[in-house]
Design a protein around this ligand. Structure first.
Ligand code: NAD
Length: 247
């Protein structure tokens, strides 16, 4: 079993869905996990839920698209725990509207969370990871970064940018023993998918070669692997976790 004892792990978007399951998976393997959410009440709710399961985590809710707020939060965490080993950029929002119906502010909102937030958190943790001469940054991409999708173009556009950040930061940070990878989930059973039109999702699930929708734990397990020393020679990879789905 993978063991993350004494490792400090930050998970953005850790209050529900895939992120909450990532938090659980790292807690079960003895990591000190710090979760980020979008607001106080959802962070409190997640911390309490995890505590009832015997998992002790700490929560923050910085505005991820504001670098100063992110940097201050990361500094606070570093001062409290003395290190930052693993950053998991999981927070994200999706889009499904046709381009004529998409306002530019909706496009910017997607880019702010799905792309700018990853830039901000990565920029904030890198000085500490360089000082430690070790670190892992993992980003959540999507299978739509490879295939696109028939509407909601801002979402795949943002996830293509995630892949670009991942591959470039992997090369930039490799000399400092910092690995950077991304996971591209397929269709995963979370609020994000249940909020999309049924007509859009059902036919896609039917076509998945592994014969089922993905569960958050399927994705969390891949994060565990890429964060671990088992993946010590893997950097710059975009790992598809999608049951061989296409869309
Ligand atoms: P979800 O909607 O269940 O959870 C999203 C998470 O992001 C929540 O924890 C929420 O707190 C956080 N978040 C949302 N808006 C935020 C904001 N403004 N500031 C800070 N945090 C915010 O979604 P999910 O399905 O668990 O998705 C998690 C990640 O996986 C996302 O990056 C998503 O793009 C990606 N993904 C999901 C699927 C899927 O099928 N569910 C597929 C591919 C990729």
């Amino acid at each position: 079993m993978l063991d993350f004892a004494n490792k400090v792990v930050i998970v953005t978007g850790g209050t529900r869905g895939i992120g909450l399951e990532i938090v659980r998976a790292f807690c079960e393997r003895k990591a000190q996990v710090i979760l980020f959410g979008s607001k106080l009440d959802t962070v409190k709710e997640a911390v309490l839920k995890l505590s009832a399961e015997g998992k002790m985590v700490c929560g923050y809710y910085p505005n991820l698209s504001n670098f100063e707020e992110v940097a201050n939060t990361i500094k606070d965490i570093y001062n409290k725990y003395g290190r930052i080993d693993i950053l998991i950029n999981n927070a994200g929002i999706s889009a499904s509207k046709k381009i004529e119906d998409t306002d530019i502010t909706e496009f910017e909102k997607i880019m702010d969370l799905n792309v700018k937030a990853i830039f901000n958190t990565s920029k904030a943790v890198v000085p500490y990871m360089k000082q430690q001469h070790t670190g892992v940054i993992l980003n959540t991409s999507s299978m739509v970064s490879i295939y696109g999708q028939p509407s909601g173009a801002s979402y795949p556009a943002s996830k293509c940018a995630v892949n670009g950040l991942t591959k470039s930061l992997a090369r930039e940070l490799a000399p400092f023993n910092i690995r950077v990878n991304a996971i591209a989930p397929g269709i995963i059973n979370t609020d994000m998918v249940s909020s999309l039109p049924k007509e859009m999702i059902e036919p896609l699930v039917k076509k998945i070669p592994l014969g089922r929708i993905g569960e958050p734990r399927d994705v969390a397990n891949a994060f565990l692997f890429l964060a671990s020393d088992m993946a010590s020679y893997i950097t710059g990879a975009i790992l598809q976790v999608d049951g061989a789905a296409t869309n």
